[in-house]
Design a protein around this ligand. Sequence first.
Ligand code: GDP
Length: 235
Amino acid sequence: MTNNTNPPPAPQHSAAAAVPSKSAAALALGWLHTARFLTTAPQLHFLPHLDVPEIAFVGRSNAGKSTCINTLTQQKQLAFASKKPGRTQHINLFSLGKQGVTDAVLTDLPGYGYAAVPKQDKIRWQQVMANYLVTRENLKGIVLMCDPRHGLTELDEILLEVVRPRVEEGLKFLVVLTKADKLTRSEQTKALSIMKLQAGGGEVRLFSAPKRQGIDEIALLLWQWAHPAGDSPAP
Ligand code: GDP
């Protein structure tokens, strides 16, 4: 199988630093739009072994994770599949790649901290998630969704501690401050700088679905994680 009959030109790496160029962002968004359901697994050991880079989305329930995934992939229902009865506690995988050739995978991990979930289930899920984040070999990056009006929750802090050693070894890490439209401009600036201090060297971006804020920057960042400089798109 040829891996790239028509490979997209690599977006400029410098583009993520400031405002991304429109063409680079359009490429990255086009790539994200190829997202399609791959599989769902109730536990870690049911996940298929994959060689392509994997990017995991995590966050407390209601942080805006599904909305962000759906906005980035421009698919209204994609991540809401994860909210269907029976799937809320599953790990849901989506393939990415043009011409049906998977070159990366998006993972939607179950939202945590939802009050109505029995304590035993919560503990079990924390363990599954921690295991996933520590042991998933092809994991390339983590996107932590955080509602800046609430800041990091206790479970977010635990997650940060769990992934810190891997981030120090080069695992990519991004905190998305969701629902930025609910903050004033100065509150946004403040939330950004506070989170930059807490993110342990990871990236931080503001995001708003209704205002379409941060979409280009986040899309480009994810594209770059999955296609590091010098690599051709993976089969
Ligand atoms: P999840 O549980 O983390 O997947 O969160 P959802 O994506 O379901 O969002 C939770 C709630 O926040 C829903 O009512 C969304 O409409 C709302 N929401 C999500 N993103 C945004 C945003 O960018 N701006 C605003 N104002 N509301 C949002």
